[in-house]
Design a binder for this molecule. Structure first.
Ligand code: LAN
Length: 749
């Protein structure tokens, strides 16, 4: 255990001095938080608005003249948000939400022999205190979810490793909650795995994670290179660590935890029976019969592994770990693989190795200090994603043309220029990677993974900034634009849709082998309306500027994508979102796509049904609000309150569809304006994002980009609608629709 933490009973008040934290932004958008220990340092490096905002301190930004209309509200919004832009041109932000990541950071660091700065350690403890559910003392899979065995078991261990006593009131309450949920014996597979590494759960209690799968021929449908990239990238170090049965040496903490985590005596547990013991609250994807059968066979194999085969398999897994580390400069694809890779490298190469030191440094990129303490983020940031939306919003609303915003847009373009990936990975085919040359990723260039929609949004932002504004330098050459197009054209699936990082490589039945009971649809890539739209809208804008480059391929791609979108529409009229919550998110994207090919409320049944669906969900206050539970169920679940961000998505969707009735849009505009604070910002509401069906994730920058975008657009849209119809009617005839849409989509089509 790290040194004993002498902390009070609650995390309400900071455990450190908030005036001493600074966000360091460097190297193409890396975020790391530093604590300044001396007054001299603080004086020499004052806190700026970015630091203050994200720490929840008063920014000191002034109240603005009250907005008289939607455009002024958007302008005020950007007047505030501009101050949150970093010196390098992007908008940093928190990317928290999942509650199963911090334990990986803590347990992984501990067993690898890495420490934390004292202030980091204290604020991690505080974060966990603040996020424990007041009613039962447990934690969920994400910040808004009910207490689960996964969340409670892992975070309890994290607190103990961080130095909190077992009889601290937070631990006492959490332990009671854990025991109610069945104790750590009932923790889901990924929890069992972390606890086994720490030596507080027996390896015999895990279903096998054999590295030998990596030795199978690549053409086999089950070969792991066909799995969804996140699942396989986590499986690589897991299979290595399982293959060698890495076990942390027993010490006092280990012995204590063995006593604390279980409802029965640790030494009397029959471990093989615990392999499929998973708390019912956690269970989202129960094991299939195929999985259970395979687990039996593989467990038998574990009794008689063939040593040279195991050695070769372990070596192959370790090579893949090295490739991944080197391809991403030790960021790795995401936070789970990050910490498993770190443990593997630390074990194999020791604390003096380069790999150890690099992993130790790059842990920082996932650690984010917020007003409630220090959390671990879902990625090393959402840099490109946030920049992509706000820059497009500024151009489409006309805010980009205001002198006051020029500098900030030039900076944003400079960041985009830096962030485009210029080459394929160092280890390319050997690590089963998709091409990256010309792509943009979700966070930084260093992380280095192509994401279809991030490339689409990055390209759109670049084209808007370079081609729709006359004051920006042309930093990104035509050739580099073509590279981006080339990547995108490699990513379309035969049925027309786009997945996230790669083509769909494996058969659907691989989902029957999903070992992680807490997530859904994780074994292969799937097609997403969101990703598909970002790609084809970027292609459509591109072909206006470069009509001669691969125009036939582009046309074919767009047509194929529209076909997919038609097929993906739900009978009720909406599309299910996989990365944002939920129907409002995906329907916004889908209707944008349909509008590209002239499918609008008036001209297309698909579009009209979607608009009717959305209108049916508008609440009496003019807003929309859906719960993250919509994503779990694939069916609309109302949120208790209407949500600004979702309201903006819904209105954007209606505007893409050229919805002819102004009144619902006006009501929504009114709601979003009424929630704006005097300084131009919006308060944080419910969590915005989701992944793998069950885990919500925060996109706090959305509360700026989407209101600014929607308000600026709606201002113009409603003006057009009114002008065409005479103020009173609020209805549009065919001619006026064409015109309103023409202006609104002027930048796009
Ligand atoms: C189960 C595991 C491995 C957990 C680690 C978390 C990752 C899987 C999550 C965290 C952030 C995350 C939701 C993300 C995505 C995939 C899954 C991620 C990386 C992508 C890139 C998929 C495509 C999406 O359109 C979008 C770009 C929004 C997201 C961004 C974040």
């Amino acid at each position: 255990m790290y040194p004993r933490a002498n902390v009070g009973p609650s995390g309400e008040k900071p455990f450190t001095e908030y005036s001493r934290w600074r966000l360091v932004v460097n190297d193409g958008g890396r975020h790391t938080w530093r604590y300044l220990r001396t007054d001299e340092e603080c004086k020499a490096w004052p806190q700026n608005e970015v630091d203050k905002y994200w720490l929840g301190l008063e920014t000191g930004l002034p109240d603005l003249p009250p907005a008289k209309d939607a455009f002024e509200a958007a302008r005020n919004g950007y007047e505030f948000y501009k101050h949150l832009q970093s010196h390098d041109g992007h908008w940093p932000g928190e990317y928290g939400g999942p509650m199963f990541l911090l334990p990986g950071l803590v347990i992984g660091s501990y067993i690898a022999g890495m420490t934390f700065k004292e202030e980091e350690r204290l604020e991690m403890i505080r974060y966990l205190f603040n996020r424990a559910h007041p009613e039962d003392g447990g934690w969920g899979i994400h910040v808004e979810g009910v207490s689960t065995c996964f969340g409670t078991g892992l975070n309890y261990v994290a607190l103990r490793v961080l130095g909190v006593d077992a009889d601290h009131p937070v631990c006492v309450k959490a332990r009671a909650c854990l025991h109610k949920l069945g104790g750590a014996a009932a923790i889901p597979a990924w929890g069992k795995f972390w606890l086994s590494l720490l030596n507080v759960y027996d390896w015999e209690g895990n279903n096998p994670v054999p590295p030998e799968l990596w030795l199978l021929p690549d053409w086999l449908p089950i070969h792991p290179h066909r799995w969804w990239i996140h699942t396989r990238t986590v499986y690589v170090p897991m299979s290595y660590l399982y293959g060698i049965r890495y076990t942390f040496p027993e010490n006092d903490l280990v012995r204590e935890l063995r006593q604390e985590l279980y409802t029965q005596d640790y030494y009397s547990i029959y471990w093989p029976d615990q392999r499929n013991n998973v708390c019912s609250v956690d269970l989202y994807s129960p094991h299939s019969k195929l999985f259970d059968a395979l687990a039996v066979v593989l467990s038998a194999y574990e009794q008689c592994t063939i040593p040279p085969l195991r050695a070769a398999a372990v070596k192959k897994a370790y090579d893949l770990i090295i490739y991944e580390d080197e391809n991403t400069d030790y960021q790795t694809l995401g936070p789970v693989s990050k910490m498993f890779n770190l443990v593997a490298r630390a074990h194999a190469e020791g604390p003096e190795s380069h790999a150890y030191k690099m992993h130790e440094i790059k842990r920082q990129d996932f650690m984010w200090m917020g007003e409630d303490g220090l959390r671990m983020c879902g990625t090393n940031g959402s840099q490109l994603w946030d920049l992509g939306f706000i820059t497009q919003a500024l151009v489409e609303t006309g805010l980009a043309k205001l002198d006051e915003n020029r500098e900030s847009l030039i900076k944003a373009l400079e960041w985009l220029d830096e962030a485009q990936i210029r080459d394929n990975p160092k280890h390319y085919h050997t690590s089963y990677r998709h091409t990256t040359k010309g792509a943009w990723g979700f966070s930084t260039k260093e992380q280095g993974y192509t994401v279809s929609d991030c490339t689409g949004e990055g390209l759109k932002a670049t084209m808007y900034l370079q081609h729709h504004l006359d004051f920006t330098p042309k930093l990104i050459s035509d050739r580099r634009m073509f590279d981006a197009i080339d990547v995108l054209l490699t990513m379309q699936n035969p049925s027309g849709g786009y997945a996230s990082y790669e083509l769909v490589r494996g058969p659907k039945w691989l989902e029957w082998l999903n070992p992680a009971e807490v997530f859904g649809d994780i074994m292969i890539e799937y097609l997403y309306p969101e990703c598909t739209t970002s790609v084809i809208t970027s292609l459509a804008i591109f072909r206006k500027i470069y009509p001669d480059y691969r125009s036939r391929d582009i046309e074919r791609t767009i047509q194929g994508a529209i076909k997919y979108l038609h097929e993906a529409q739900k009978p009720e009229g909406g599309w299910v979102g996989s990365w944002g919550i939920c129907f409002t998110y995906a329907t916004q994207f889908a209707l944008e796509s349909l509008s590209l090919v002239g499918e609008t409320y008036e001209t297309s049944n698909y579009s009209r049904r979607a608009c009717e669906f959305l209108i049916g969900k508008q609440r009496t206050d003019g807003g929309w609000g859906e719960s993250y539970k919509s994503c779990e169920l694939g069916a609309w679940v109302e949120h208790e309150n209407s949500q600004v961000v979702q309201t903006c998505w819904a209105v954007m969707a209606l505007m893409y569809a050229k919805y002819p009735h102004g009144e619902p849009i006006e009501r929504a505009v009114h709601l979003v304006m009424s929630r704006q604070l005097p300084n131009g910002s919006w308060p944080q509401e419910a969590i915005e994002g989701i992944f793998n069906k069950t885990c919500a994730i925060a996109y706090p920058n959305f509360k700026f980009s989407f209101p600014i975008w929607m308000l600026g657009k709606a201002h113009q849209y409603l003006k057009e609608l009114r002008a065409e119809n005479g103020v009173a009617s609020g209805h549009a005839n065919d001619k006026s629709n064409g015109k309103a849409g023409g202006i609104m989509n002027g930048y796009k089509h």
